[in-house]
Design a protein around this ligand. Structure first.
Ligand SMILES: Nc1ncnc2c1ncn2[C@@H]1O[C@H](COP(=O)(O)OP(=O)(O)OP(=O)(O)O)[C@@H](O)[C@H]1O
Ligand SMILES: [Mg+2]
Length: 298
């Protein structure tokens, strides 16, 4: 069976994580994290996007080592390096670098590759920051192409790219609290706030909305049902990429035919299992399993 999921990372990064004396370099970028988390869930995917220079090559070689199929377009410049420093108390400091500027012509080349890669896929996942130079409608364009190909679309980005992307009516979108506030002007403090946020997202074009609230859990709405999930306890490892693992958990369960509540439970467990690990998107199935059984739905 061909890999069911295509993940898209327009602005990948080498992730440099420092915790005490330990330093880890890994292939990063939100779509890549989703691919890694899908692998942890036993789901195959292809990771695509834009890679540049020596750091772009490093990402491709890391993906290969991890057994993730990488099919990136090469662009000019140098893929960025993002820094995560975790202190003894588990507090995180992040340094996010700007990615290379991508030319429209390079993006046209990517769109051809992307269209070919959609063949045989069930899901296309668009994650993370848009690449510099492309303008905020890049994801909207890719969502349009995917819809024509009959592929289910998942959008997880922020700012103007999220706003424009919603207009292209993605099947699934996954804002966190900050992104929800940006789009709706409401901070998700109470269940009433969450209900309002869900309504705004549906009105703006999203079919299924997955709102994640860090250690507090998550909510899912398909316009008819609204379900809440709460993970068992706060784990302190590296919470970067929890949202990416969450999406992987949701998609993995959807591919098995799970309903909204069951998918939300799997998603929450994967997001929380990710918080226990160090590399974004990498988690142990053992952690996932116990967290899954201890996650409560209401
Ligand atoms: N500290 C934590 N403890 C337990 N579970 C967590 C923690 N942080 C996140 N999670 C789990 O991961 C899910 C997604 O987390 P969050 O809302 O932080 O996503 P996010 O902000 O999109 O993260 P990112 O963009 O870094 O991937 C939550 O719904 C929850 O299940
Ligand atoms: Mg996120």
């Amino acid at each position: 069976m061909p890999a069911p999921v295509l993940t898209v990372t327009l602005n990948p990064a080498v992730d440099k994580t420092i915790k005490g004396p330990r330093v880890k370099l890994s292939a990063g970028g939100k779509g890549i994290n989703v691919s890694r988390a899908l692998k942890a869930m036993g789901v195959r995917s292809i990771a695509t996007g834009l890679a540049a220079g020596a750091s772009g090559k490093f990402i491709l070689s890391e993906l290969k080592k991890e057994g993730i199929k990488g099919r990136f377009s090469q662009v000019k410049g140098l893929t960025r390096t993002n820094l995560t420093v975790i202190d003894a108390r588990g507090r995180i400091i992040r340094g996010i670098q700007d990615g290379p500027a991508v030319a429209r012509k390079e993006f046209s080349g990517f769109k051809k590759k992307f269209t070919a890669l959609l063949k045989g896929r069930c899901y296309a996942v668009f994650s993370g920051a848009n690449a510099n130079g492309l303008g905020p409608s890049a994801y909207a364009e890719l969502i349009g192409i995917s819809r024509k190909a009959g592929v289910v679309t998942v959008l997880d980005t922020r700012g103007e790219a999220l706003k424009r992307g919603l207009r292209a009516r993605p099947d699934i979108t996954k804002p966190n609290a900050e992104e929800a506030e940006y789009i709706c002007g409401i901070s998700p403090r109470t269940r009433g706030d969450i209900r309002k946020i869900m309504r705004v997202f549906h009105r703006k074009g999203a079919r299924t909305v997955l709102l994640t609230l860090g250690a507090k859990g998550a909510a899912a709405s398909d316009g008819e049902r609204l379900v809440f999930a709460r993970p068992p306890k706060v784990l302190t490892g590296n919470s970067v990429g929890c949202g990416d693992a969450f999406l992987a958990g949701f998609i993995a369960r959807r591919l098995e035919g799970g309903n909204l509540a069951s998918c939300l439970r799997a998603a929450t467990a994967a997001g929380t299992a990710n918080a226990a690990g160090m590399v974004p998107g990498a988690f142990k199935k053992k952690d996932y399993k116990w967290i899954y059984s201890a996650t409560t739905l209401t």
